[in-house]
Design a protein around this ligand. Structure first.
Ligand code: MLT
Ligand code: ZN
Length: 526
């Protein structure tokens, strides 16, 4: 008996039929359990041990890393290869079972967290990392600075891909502090930016090809798309940033670049954002293109100063600090030091600077920035508002942020801002805001970003947190087109409903905000 035969024996009708649920969700509450026959077919597909049904086994898949986003999964299915993903999806599509694809669960906007008894489709077993092919063997493609490529499974960790590239003398130019856990599939689903985004662009810029499975189980093989132009829609391109709502990415062909030979890092203490922006400008002009440009502020620097192993360069922490990384000739460290010597004490608001040239010193400076998320998590469950400001709006926004939060009811909240200054992407973290005030704080902060001509959605994506904000900032015609694309890929709406698109959750009215589970407020991450 094949799985399709077994599927035919399942009870009629979808488990969480979007159409039915839309009219009854308010009364019905969470979806009922997944049918036993469907579960046993799933287990047959993936093998014993890879369908997780018990509450304690499901638990780690039901809450995100921060502890902010949580929900109930009917089960967790862990296919071992693309063919199994295809069989799982075909079965779920046939029976209208809602599927939530999940990678390393390090996303920050709830995009991979289930609810209402959905089936979690965990991709972490698709963790193969292929051999690196260098550019000479691979031929052209991927732009002038592409030096090689590698094909990897969606469940491979970012760190595993980085290591494989390094072994071949190359670099995978996406990096995040969550590199050990974040998966390539997850970074593609969110089009992650990360610490090298100012130099190499976001994940989208690294994807040379994709393999994915459509909701009905059809394989979409665009790993090695023909180079000829004019062959129609870029289907793989549509999937980057689609947050698991269109198809399930199972593998990717990624571009690799030549790593810089010589690097230098500086952390520059300033009296605020304006001086930090001026340092960024002067370093880029004098030393060359920035490999990274990251902002930290006093609240975050104070938190990380307490972290084990962190060496705080400035005591007490300054109001703001800029981490800049540059690459170039063997004397790039001296060039950076010389530029900063002209800036410190001469440019208004620039207080001090430390430069790291050898690997250990550079790592120690990076540690200041990378420790932010974990130290924040130890403080409590932060409301994370990831936004992008145009250059002219950055200073005003940051200077007004605490006031906005206070006036919106977060008087006792702690506000910690850091982020990818080089691309204007700021991570605004609000710890200790009462659950009832969350909508007002979100409205105040995100509303002011929009008023300043920025985007309420940064590199963390839209997830469950911001579909309504997406609808506010994209023209109505755009939003209609997004819905049309969604319907074309996923006619029954079973792939990650409630994520990315406004009004896509069964029972959810367009314009209604998703509900956060706030009962963990004040506790550390799960
Ligand atoms: C980062 O840039 O460190 C990540 O986006 C994580 C975070 O915002 O907490
Ligand atoms: Zn970030």
């Amino acid at each position: 008996m094949t799985s399709r035969d077994r599927a035919a024996d399942l009870p009629d009708g979808p488990t969480t039929d979007p159409a039915t649920a839309r009219s009854t969700a308010a009364a019905a509450g969470p979806a009922t359990a997944l049918p036993a026959a469907l579960l046993s077919t799933l287990e047959e597909i993936v093998g014993p041990g890879h369908l997780l049904r018990a509450a304690d086994l499901r638990a780690p898949f039901e809450v995100d890393w921060t502890g902010r986003w949580r929900g109930e999964a009917g089960a967790v299915v862990r296919p071992g290869d693309t063919a199994e993903v295809a069989r799982v999806l075909a079965l779920c599509d046939e029976h209208g079972v809602v599927v939530v694809p999940q990678g390393g669960n390090t996303g920050l906007v709830g995009g991979g967290v289930p609810r209402d008894g959905a089936l979690v489709l965990s991709l972490t077993r698709l963790d193969q990392v292929g051999a690196v092919v260098t550019r000479g063997a691979a031929g052209a493609g991927g732009g002038a600075d592409t030096a090689g490529e590698v094909v990897v499974g969606a469940g491979a960790s970012l760190a595993a891909v980085q290591v494989r590239a390094r072994e071949a003398g190359l670099l995978y130019p996406v990096d995040l502090a969550a590199r050990d856990t974040a998966t390539i599939g997850g970074t593609i689903a969110t089009d992650a930016g990360g610490l090298a985004v100012v130099r190499h662009g976001p994940t989208r810029a690294q994807v040379l090809g994709l393999e994915a499975v459509l909701v009905d189980g059809t394989l979409l093989d665009r790993l090695h798309p023909p180079r000829a132009a004019g062959l129609g829609y870029d289907l793989a391109g549509l999937l980057v940033g689609s947050e698991g709502t269109l198809a399930v990415v199972t593998a990717a062909r990624l571009r690799l670049v030549r790593p810089p030979r010589h690097l230098a890092v500086a952390v520059v203490a300033t009296d605020g954002i304006r001086a930090a922006l001026e340092v960024q400008r002067q370093v880029a002009q004098a030393v060359g293109p920035l490999e990274a440009s990251e902002l930290m502020t006093r609240a975050g620097l104070s938190l990380v100063a307490q972290a084990p192993g962190v060496r705080a360069p400035f005591v007490p922490p300054p109001p703001a600090a800029l981490l800049v990384e540059v690459a170039g000739a063997p004397d790039v460290g001296e060039a950076l030091s010389a530029t900063l010597a002209e800036v410190v004490g001469h440019v208004s608001g620039v207080q001090d600077a430390v430069v790291g040239i050898d690997a250990a010193d550079r790592a120690a400076l990076w540690q200041l920035r990378e420790a932010h998320t974990e130290r924040l998590a130890a403080r409590g469950v932060a409301l994370k508002l990831d936004v992008v400001l145009p250059p002219a709006g950055l200073a005003g926004f940051i200077e007004g942020l605490e006031g906005l939060v206070r006036d919106a009811g977060g008087a006792d909240a702690e506000v910690v801002v850091f982020g990818h200054l080089g691309v204007g992407d700021l991570h605004c973290n609000v710890v200790g805001v009462a659950p009832a005030q969350v909508p007002a704080v979100e409205q105040a902060v995100l509303g002011s970003v929009v008023a300043a001509g920025g985007s309420p959605c940064g590199e963390h994506g839209v997830g469950r947190q911001k579909p309504d904000w997406l609808a506010r900032v994209r023209p109505a015609g755009d939003v209609a087109a997004l819905h049309a694309v969604k319907r074309a890929f996923d006619p029954r709406g079973i792939l990650n409903p409630g994520v990315l698109l406004p009004g896509s959750l069964p029972g959810q009215q367009e314009g209604s905000a998703d509900h956060l589970v706030e009962d963990q407020q004040g506790q550390g991450p799960a």
